[in-house]
Design a protein around this ligand. Structure first.
Ligand SMILES: C[S@@+](CC[C@H](N)C(=O)[O-])C[C@H]1O[C@@H](n2cnc3c(N)ncnc32)[C@H](O)[C@@H]1O
Length: 215
């Protein structure tokens, strides 16, 4: 996994308004897909919570939200919103993540997986932390060889290129790679949905919700 220093420091003031202008609908879609599986009072871990855009609906639905992120500036902005019960400054590349097994009913990771090539540890950690029967909702940039020019294969199912916007590498993944990881870490897919991004023709998000199976 790649380390990602506080790249977001320069984006934090405009992150929420820019997401709104761009039509960043992924948090709403993930919440909508997960809603029927949630109960007020249950706990949710938001992996790469940022300013909390992905968690705000879960908070309003009565879930107790905890978040992990390695950007102090994004966490500070999130904290100001008062929608979380706990925020931990932690790099997702540092294992294990600082929670006991099965600490949370559900988890989300929204707008985060493209920072990591090999996602084995991320899925293993989510699986370790989510209770059996819980839901994991996330999105990823799907790689399609015919349209995603400039990406280099780094391992089976994983492609990368340098991104001047973030000043580092970004990754796209094959759907089969992600489905393999879910199966290998004890998740069963509930929904697997494609969402086209309006701002970039070759950007196709795939949104997946999956249930953690009983051991
Ligand atoms: C595009 S933002 C998404 C934020 C939020 N989930 C949302 O839906 O708006 C990506 C977030 O992932 C965090 N992130 C990226 N790499 C990380 C890493 N290695 N460890 C922890 N957080 C990371 C960034 O700091 C940022 O807050």
């Amino acid at each position: 996994m790649s380390k990602n220093a506080d790249t977001y420091q320069s984006f934090v003031d405009t992150y929420d308004s820019r997401s709104d202008e761009m039509g960043w609908h992924v948090p709403g879609v993930i919440f909508g897909l997960m809603y029927m599986h949630l109960r007020p009072g249950q706990t949710l871990l938001d992996v790469g919570i940022g300013t909390g855009l992905g968690s705000v609906r879960f908070h309003k639905a009565g879930l107790v939200v905890h978040g992990l992120d390695n950007s102090s500036s994004m966490l500070d902005r999130c904290r100001e919103k008062g929608l979380t019960a706990g925020l931990v400054h932690h790099d997702l590349a540092d294992l294990p993540w600082p929670f006991e097994n099965e600490s949370f009913h559900h988890a989300v990771s929204i707008g985060v997986l493209h920072f990591f090539g090999d996602l084995t540890s991320l899925f293993s950690e989510v699986s370790r932390l989510v209770k059996p029967g819980g839901i994991f909702g996330f999105d990823f940039f799907e790689h399609a060889t015919e349209v995603n020019k400039g990406y280099r294969k780094v391992q089976s199912g994983v492609y990368s290129r340098h991104d001047p916007h973030y000043g580092g590498k970004v990754y796209r993944h094959k759907e089969s790679y992600i489905l393999g990881l879910l199966a290998g870490t004890g998740f069963s897919v509930l929904d697997d949905t494609e969402l086209l991004a309006s701002w970039e023709k070759e950007s196709c998000f795939r949104i997946i919700t999956a249930r953690k199976l009983h051991g």
